[in-house]
Design a protein around this ligand. Structure first.
Ligand code: NAD
Length: 370
């Protein structure tokens, strides 16, 4: 069996490549080695046993030749960022998926299964409960509210603080363009897969972490930024008040989820959350980093906020657990693996991009007025 992994030089794709090789698959990688993710070129972890095509998933001829002779497609390539180049999200993430199916169907390629990497981002601001007015899906928090430093999501009927609920697959409500592109990708893949009899699954990853996460990619977020700053004795800067919650899943658990849905026909035609099942505040995350990394750094709650950020995002993982998958590696293991990897690969590079300064300049990172 041959698998094509788009984005196979990336963080998750690279781990998938290793795992597919171990399972005896022939592995082909298609990756454009995006400079924002790979400023030093092709990473050394890309396995030599994999066939490597340097190219763009949005280029028809490149994608067609990458698809020839393939049984399984694992579509991991994506544009991920908070920056305002809106059209690029749809082009890379959604249009590439439509092209993938266009080529498979148009050339009658005998692909047996497609797995697409979706994201928890499709939930937007998520699912909340007001004790008096029931469940609702909020619109993003208003700029006026955030400017006042009022961070929690409020019930639109009574304006009291609402309770975040675990994110369930049946609801989605994306707002930012990355999230919209990921939902478009899912709908394209599941719809065309169903219509043309190509078994297809979409996996909505929560924030995925572990070794090999790009130290340069702005989107790789809190683990990279907090760990690199702690190792340099710089303050860990927290946006909002630090009580926002997230759900962090180990990359090895994400790989297990991919391998399981590959085997299970019951998964076909559906989306599944892949998360840790547990909620962590960003403040607690920072404390965990400082417990793992001996550092003179302290925690700086900045009162800045990212335009369009969600307050609480924690996925329900019941649906995938029902198929037999279970996350095995908690936050302590994530941090340990990441820090060991940084140490074994020569430490933090001397010049890392200043993601906060770039976001501030682009009007994405703003300050509350209190
Ligand atoms: N890491 C996370 O926390 C997370 C969470 C939710 C969803 N996801 C999804 O998982 C997938 C993998 O994410 P990751 O964290 O490994 O990201 P990554 O940035 O490490 O890897 C993505 C890879 O895709 C390649 N790529 C980008 N644009 C391309 C293009 N046009 N053509 C070919 N290759 C291209 C990049 O060079 C990179 O190697 C993505 O689809 C992402 O949206 C990731």
């Amino acid at each position: 069996m041959r698998v094509l992994i788009t984005g196979g030089a990336g963080f998750i794709g690279g781990h998938l490549a290793d795992r597919f090789l171990r399972e005896g698959f022939q592995v082909r990688i298609l990756d454009s080695l995006e400079a924002r993710v790979h400023p030093c070129g092709r990473p050394s972890y890309v396995p030599p046993a994999a066939e490597f095509i340097h190219g763009d998933v949005t280029h028809r001829d490149v994608l067609l030749s990458a698809l020839r002779g393939v049984d399984i497609v694992s579509h991991q390539a994506a544009y991920q960022d908070y920056m305002p180049d809106f059209s690029r999200f749809l082009r890379v993430n959604a249009v590439s998926t439509a092209l993938l199916f266009e080529l498979i169907i148009g050339h009658r390629l005998p692909v047996k299964k497609v797995i697409v990497a979706s994201s928890q981002a499709v939930y937007g601001e998520g699912q909340y409960r007001c004790i008096d007015h029931g469940d609702f899906q909020p619109i993003p928090r208003a700029s006026r509210q955030l400017k006042r430093g009022e961070w929690e999501v409020i019930c639109p009927s009574c304006l009291s603080v609402a309770q975040p609920m675990p994110l369930e697959e049946r609801c989605n409500n994306p707002y930012n363009q990355y999230a919209v592109s990921k939902l478009a990708q899912e709908k394209t893949a599941l719809g065309l897969g169903w219509l043309h009899g190509i078994p297809t699954v979409a996996l909505r990853y929560s924030i995925t972490q572990g070794k090999r996460q790009s130290l340069y990619n702005h989107y790789s977020g809190v683990c990279r930024i907090f760990c690199s700053r702690a190792l340099q004795n710089l303050p860990l800067v927290i946006y909002e008040d630090g009580h926002q919650t997230r759900d962090f899943v180990h990359v090895d658990d994400v790989v297990e989820a991919n391998m399981m849905v590959l085997e299970k026909d019951e998964a076909n035609g559906q989306s599944f959350n892949v998360g840790s099942g547990s909620s962590t505040t960003i403040l607690d995350y920072a404390r965990n980093v400082l417990a793992r990394i001996p550092s003179l750094a302290d925690i700086d709650v900045s009162n800045e906020y990212r335009r369009g950020d969600n307050r609480h995002s924690v996925s329900s993982i019941k649906k995938l657990m029902h198929l037999g998958w279970k996350p095995q590696r908690p936050l302590a293991v994530i941090l340990n693996d990441f820090v060991e990897w940084i140490e074994s690969s020569g430490g933090i590079p001397a010049r890392l991009p200043d993601a906060a300064a770039e976001m501030r300049a682009a009007g994405v990172l703003l300050s509350a007025e209190n």
